[in-house]
Design a protein around this ligand. Structure first.
Ligand SMILES: Cc1ncc(COP(=O)(O)O)c(C=O)c1O
Length: 405
C-alpha cells in the first residue's frame, strides 16, 4: 500500500494555505464539506471555457462533448462503486437522493419502513413523513456505544419493505456493518438503502459486495463541488420505481394521452442537470482513486487514533464518539460547562474550523445522548498530525480558561 504524505497533497488545496483570524487555517469540518483540490476547481473553469453546452439534446460539437464528459463521469463514478453505468443517477446531493427513493418506491398503506436513531435528518424525515400515507415507520435503536440494535434487522417482518441506514454516522463516526444488515434485509424480502454520505469520502465501497439496493452520496463531501450527488439504484430494482420529477430529458415519447418514460438513469434525471458539477465530480473521483481509498482510510485511521489517544487524556471534556467497534474520522465532544457553539467560537478565533450543534440529528442528540449538541472535529486525508496537535493544544487552553473546574 502507498504511504500518504499530507504535506504533498495539501499543495493541491489552495484554501488550506489561507489564514483565518491571523492564524493558519486548521480545517476540521470535513464531515460538513470537504475542501476542493485545484484539479477540481480548474475543471469547472475548463468546462465553462471549453465545453459548455446542454448535453443529450443538440447535435453540435459542444453539445456532443458535454454529453461525452457527462457520460464519462457517470462511468467513473460507477467504477468507483463497482456499479454499472446505468445504475448511477445524478442528483443534487444525498438529501435529494433519499427523498427521490421515498417518493418513487412503490409503498402501499400498511407497509413498514425502518430508519434508525443514528441517522442524519436527511435519512429520517423523508421516512417519518410517510406516516401520513399510512406507512408504519420503525426507528431502530442504538445502545450506549452508538451501536445499532442489529437484532431488529435479523427478525423477519412480513410488512417491512425498506430499511434505510447510514454506513457512517455524522455524529459519532460509528461505522455500521451494512453488508450484514443487507443480508438480513434481503432474507426478509425487503430492500435496503445505504446512506454513504459520510463513508464514501473515506473508504472503498463495493455496492455488489454489500448487495445494496440503493446507495446515496454527496459530491461536496468528497472533493467535488456543491450541488452534485449520486443515487445508485441496483438494476434489478429499477423496474419497480416510478419517476420522481417529470419534464424534459426523461421521456422516450410524449402523446397527449400517453407518456413513455426513458429507462433509468435518464428516467430520474428530469430537466437540465448540473453538468459542470457532474464533470467535476468525475475529476474528484479520479483524484481520490489516484491516491487510493485504502491509502486514504489507512492514513486517516492513524491520525484519528492519535487524536483519540491524546484527547482521552484531557480532563474536563466528554467524548461522545469513538465508542463503537468501528468508527471513522469524527470526534464529537463537549467541554464541561460550555455550550458546543462557544467551543467552536473560541477555536475559530485561533483559525480552527469545527462544527457545533445538533449536526442535523436532533432526536439522536436529544433522546439518546441527552444533550443540546456536540462540538465535532472531523478530519480528511489532507489533515496533518501537526494540525491535530494545534487543535488539542487550543482545546486544552479552552478547558483551562473557560471550562468547569
Ligand atoms: C450521514 C449524512 N447523510 C446525509 C447527509 C446530507 O447530505 P447533503 O446535505 O449533502 O444532502 C449528511 C450531511 O451532513 C450526512 O452526514
Amino acid at each position: 500500500m502507498k504511504i500518504l504524505d499530507p504535506r504533498i497533497v495539501r499543495e493541491d488545496f489552495p484554501i488550506l494555505h489561507r489564514k483565518i483570524n491571523g492564524h493558519k487555517l486548521v480545517y476540521l469540518d470535513n464531515a460538513a464539506t470537504s475542501q476542493k483540490p485545484k484539479q477540481v476547481i480548474d475543471s469547472i473553469k475548463y468546462f465553462y471555457e471549453n465545453i459548455n453546452a446542454n448535453p443529450l439534446r443538440s447535435v453540435h460539437t459542444l453539445a456532443e462533448k458535454a454529453t461525452e464528459v457527462y457520460m464519462d463521469s457517470r462511468k467513473k463514478i460507477a467504477e468507483f462503486l463497482n456499479a454499472e453505468q446505468d445504475e448511477i443517477v445524478f442528483v443534487r446531493n444525498a438529501t435529494e437522493a433519499i427523498n427521490l427513493v421515498s417518493f418513487s418506491f412503490p409503498f402501499k398503506p400498511g407497509d413498514r419502513v425502518a430508519t434508525s436513531y443514528i441517522e442524519h435528518h436527511s435519512n429520517l424525515l423523508p421516512w417519518l413523513e410517510l406516516k401520513a400515507a399510512g406507512i408504519k415507520v420503525d426507528v431502530v435503536g442504538v445502545d450506549g456505544n452508538s451501536e445499532l440494535d442489529m437484532a431488529y434487522y435479523s427478525k423477519p417482518r412480513k410488512d417491512l419493505r425498506l430499511v434505510a441506514v447510514s454506513q457512517e454516522s455524522n455524529v459519532t463516526g460509528t461505522i455500521n456493518n451494512v453488508k450484514e444488515i443487507a443480508k438480513d434485509v434481503h432474507k426478509n424480502g425487503s430492500y435496503i438503502l445505504i446512506d454513504a454520505a459520510q463513508s464514501a469520502p473515506h473508504m472503498e465501497i463495493d455496492v455488489k459486495d454489500i448487495d445494496a439496493d440503493f446507495l446515496v452520496m454527496s459530491g461536496h463531501k468528497m472533493l467535488a463541488p456543491f450541488g452534485i450527488g449520486v443515487l445508485y439504484i441496483k438494476n434489478s430494482v429499477q423496474p419497480i420505481m416510478k419517476p420522481y420529477l417529470r419534464g424534459g430529458e426523461m421521456i422516450k415519447s410524449v402523446k397527449l394521452d400517453k407518456i413513455t418514460y426513458e429507462s433509468p438513469p435518464q428516467m430520474f434525471e428530469a430537466g437540465t442537470q448540473n453538468i459542470s458539477g457532474a464533470y467535476a465530480y468525475g475529476v474528484a473521483v479520479d483524484y481520490l482513486k489516484r491516491i487510493g481509498m485504502r491509502t486514504i482510510q489507512n492514513y486517516e485511521k492513524g491520525i484519528t487514533r492519535y487524536l483519540y489517544n491524546e484527547a482521552r487524556k484531557i480532563e474536563g471534556i466528554k467524548i461522545y464518539s469513538g465508542k463503537s467497534r468501528q468508527y471513522g474520522s469524527i470526534f464529537s465532544f463537549n467541554v464541561d460547562g460550555l455550550h458546543s457553539h462557544d467551543v467552536a467560537y473560541f477555536l475559530n478565533k485561533k483559525g480552527i474550523a469545527i462544527r457545533s450543534g445538533f449536526h442535523c440529528a436532533q432526536p439522536f442528540i436529544e433522546d439518546k445522548l441527552h444533550i443540546e449538541g456536540t462540538a465535532r472535529a472531523s478530519t480528511y486525508f489532507y489533515n496533518t498530525k501537526e494540525e491535530i496537535d494545534i487543535f488539542l493544544s487550543e482545546l486544552k487552553s479552552i478547558v483551562r480558561k473557560y471550562g468547569r473546574r
